[in-house]
Design a protein around this ligand. Sequence first.
Ligand SMILES: [Zn+2]
Length: 373
Amino acid sequence: MANIPHVRFADTCATTPTWAGTVGGVGAPAAGPVQWTFDEIFDFDAISDVDNPPLGGSANKHNPASFTSTKWLAQAPLTGSDCTAPTPTAFTSVSAIFGPGLFVAQTAPDLILVSADHVHFYVHQHLLAKSTNGFNGLLARPSGLEAYNNPAELPSALVPESVEVLNVALHGVYNLTWTTPIPSFEVASGAVTSLVKYGFDVKPVFAPSTTLFGLFSRSYAPSVPMDVYCFAASYDLVLLAVFASKYLLSFPLCALDDTLAEKMGPRYLRRLFFLHLGRTDALKRLLLPQPAHHAPNAICGTAEGQRLTRAWALASAYIAWDARPDLTSQEIRSVMDPLLNELECTQCQLSFLERSSALIARWGEVKTTILAE
Ligand SMILES: [Zn+2]
């Protein structure tokens, strides 16, 4: 069901903290019900402070991998509203990341969000309170109050999002680094829609150092750049659009239909056109200067020197005819090299080579992304 690891265990509300259950999800043992004691259930050594964790993994104190071990999964206790109606055969799925042991600044979760497919996410209201609408009115009490001491008393709220979408949205709120697998673009973009509904300003959530910016720029932009570009445009996330635009140099503008134009809007449409047309014009300008001619000598006089002029004119015409914003230096070199070899004069060859090398160097300096302003 979910693309995140989760645990299933038997529902119980026993005041004596002994849980009986079966473990499902990643790394689940093949054996049947297992008994755990309270000390085994709460392994606080495996829990770290996740307050504003950095993007990138190794330096992150909250290593998501530590939340996906079978041991930890097996230790997740059952708490919250499910305890109101326990049945021996009922199972509760708990997010392996947003479990009851997820402490933020030494603060325990104080709310359970239940996804539409009944996976429990243990969250912190003071983080959700960054919302401008009380997380769409779901927060049970104002932030800043002490967390509930008894997790069995945690309030819970059912949300319409699937486990995948809610998982992405909460990763964005908590700025947590990702475990594998990476969610699909559709799920992630749907999660952002949910964040807007829950009262979050998308721009700070997509600041360049955040988890979501890293997800969209590194995981999605190389494979679905137009989707990311349109997404960024729809939320005016200019830095994300800049990042995606460098993968759109090969996108044929003739394939840009009304639907895409409407998605990205006139401002970002204009920026994309300027990027393509600007690079094409820049390439044509860079082709204009001629190679330098040496003084006539006994081997290469004025007439022979015209070969250099003709060779450059031929190369320029060929490149300009197929001038594309994604033209590579290798493609330029493949046009120049055969013409270079046809020149018999060593000095003319050197001049042609210097000119073509300068062209490639200058072409490499032409901006490959839209402008941020
Ligand atoms: Zn010459």
